[in-house]
Design a protein around this ligand. Structure first.
Ligand code: AMP
Ligand code: ZN
Length: 463
């Protein structure tokens, strides 16, 4: 069955039929993390959107190659206005470690967190520090082509040299500049010019020699260098969060098209933000959760994935623990049902498969796909057919629906543990936390881990 995928392009502001450069394949570049701190579930929503895109394209028969960069140099604290301190060095200073140690630690943490919500690994994770020679090559070509100029060892992109500047964000240059706060850099020809290569200016860590003297790359040139190095000078899809549209992706277009002289990216896709109490979840604002924190509170990390599937990727989504608790319950129940039904008789599946494919092909309409999941659970299809449909769709949904057996048949408590659990529940009700902690340790000695949730304590065997 051939299903045409439609995707919303930020560049044209329209839903377009997806025509990959090579029929049946899809080459995707996803803006990845700056590895100077933990990712929060807001960041994960953006990577989850990219994961869903890959899974949907694969489900519909495409061969997918995904590249996700790891930014480990050059991302300044004020990236909107091309100023501030390098985020990597800031963390290195605060944590009293080297930039390499910081990068190593937070890259691993990112991979672990992504795995917890079933984000499948990309095929390539290029690290910016490994592509500095290629970045210098592109910067040199931009200077040769009249798109960039050097002042005191720093190279700037001359936005006036690229008539298409602003086409992605639809910001006119005047509007872009009106947004610039504070003193403009006097070395720039125009305040909106952005940095491609920055002179070291006394900085000693994360500095490379270059034709313009010692320095380090700007954040935007990194993505032009890594995307085209691994995917070639034309590829299909570029993803990111909505805040990446400007300046990051606007700059990437000016750089890549400035070098190659033609469009590089077929479709630009952007995911909307996760909000907490109405504001964007952000580390700097202090309003965020890490996925491990949700797990410590007793929620299945995939409950977050379930929650994210309830909204289209281009709409803002409000996060709340109440919403998460509801998703957690619904997910456990769904798994238990699948475990029961998969033992049952198979039978005809009606038009569910065609409707599921139509939903996901329609710019990843996962809320409609999840409504179909509910419809299947309430349908009169044979139990085996219901289970088969849901397990097949789980290749896209990624909710581990086949895991339910354990929820349906809970492990047995070791002798004596039930009484300890009862005593602990009473201790907590009486707010006697010293006793409750002691009982937690006693239970751990019996290989029982206790997890406190809003609905009370749960337990699981310690393997
Ligand atoms: P950052 O660490 O701020 O560079 O963000 C990494 C990625 O997460 C970027 O692609 C951002 O667009 C995205 N992002 C940041 N905050 C949020 C949020 N609250 N919701 C969704 N995505 C976000
Ligand atoms: Zn990027």
């Amino acid at each position: 069955m051939d299903t045409t995928v439609r995707l919303y392009s930020t560049l044209t502001r329209r839903r377009e039929d997806f025509h990959p450069l090579e029929p049946g394949s899809a080459r995707i570049y996803s803006c990845g993390p700056t590895v100077y701190r933990y990712a929060h579930v807001g960041n994960l929503r953006t990577y989850l959107f990219a994961d869903l895109l890959c899974r949907v394209l694969e489900y519909l028969g495409h061969q997918v190659t995904q590249v996700m960069n790891i930014t480990d140099v050059g991302h300044l604290t004020d990236d909107q206005f091309d100023r501030g301190e390098d985020k990597m060095l800031l963390s290195a200073r605060l944590e009293n470690k080297s930039a390499e140690e910081i990068a190593e630690f937070y890259t691993r943490a990112f991979m672990d967190d992504a795995a917890k919500v079933n984000i499948r690994p990309a095929q390539h994770y290029p690290r910016a520090t490994e592509y500095v020679p290629r970045m210098q090559e592109l910067v040199g070509q931009l200077i040769d082509r009249g798109h960039a100029y050097e002042v005191d060892g720093t190279v700037y992109y001359d936005i006036a040299s690229f008539p298409g500047y602003g086409k992605l964000s639809r910001n006119s240059t005047e509007q872009l500049l009106a947004g610039a706060r504070g003193e403009p850099d006097p070395r720039k020809r125009q305040p909106g010019d952005f940095t491609l290569w920055k002179a070291a200016a006394g900085k000693r860590l994360q500095v490379w020699d270059s034709p313009w003297g010692p320095g380090f790359p700007g954040w935007h040139i990194e993505c032009s260098a890594m995307s085209t190095a691994l995917l070639g000078e034309r590829f299909d899809i570029h993803t990111g969060g909505s805040d990446n549209v400007f300046p990051h992706h606007e700059a990437e277009i000016a750089q890549s098209e400035g070098v190659f002289g033609h469009p590089v990216v077929g479709y630009w896709l952007h995911g909307e933000h996760l909000l907490l109490s109405g504001s964007r979840m952000a580390k700097s604002a202090g309003n965020f959760f890490r996925v491990t924190e949700l797990e410590e509170q007793g929620y299945d990390p995939l409950a977050f994935r379930y929650l994210a599937l309830q909204a289209r990727y281009r709409t803002k989504l409000n996060f709340s623990l109440e919403g998460l608790a509801g998703a957690d319950r619904a997910l456990r129940q769904l798994r238990a049902r699948v475990a029961e039904w998969r033992e049952g008789e198979d039978g005809p599946r009606g038009d569910f498969e065609a409707r599921f494919r139509a939903a996901i092909a329609d710019d990843l309409d996962l809320p409609t796909a999840m409504a179909l999941v509910s419809e299947v659970t309430r349908s009169s299809l044979a139990p085996g057919a219901r289970a088969a449909l849901l397990l097949d769709w789980d290749r896209v949904l990624g909710l581990d629906l086949g895991r339910g057996a354990e929820a349906a048949e809970p492990a047995e408590l070791p002798p004596g543990a039930a009484e300890l659990l009862d005593r602990r529940a009473s201790a907590r009700a009486a707010r006697d936390y010293a006793a409750s902690d002691r009982l937690r340790d006693e239970l751990a000695a019996l290989d029982v881990r206790v997890i406190d949730t809003r609905e009370g304590q749960r337990w699981e065997p310690i393997r």
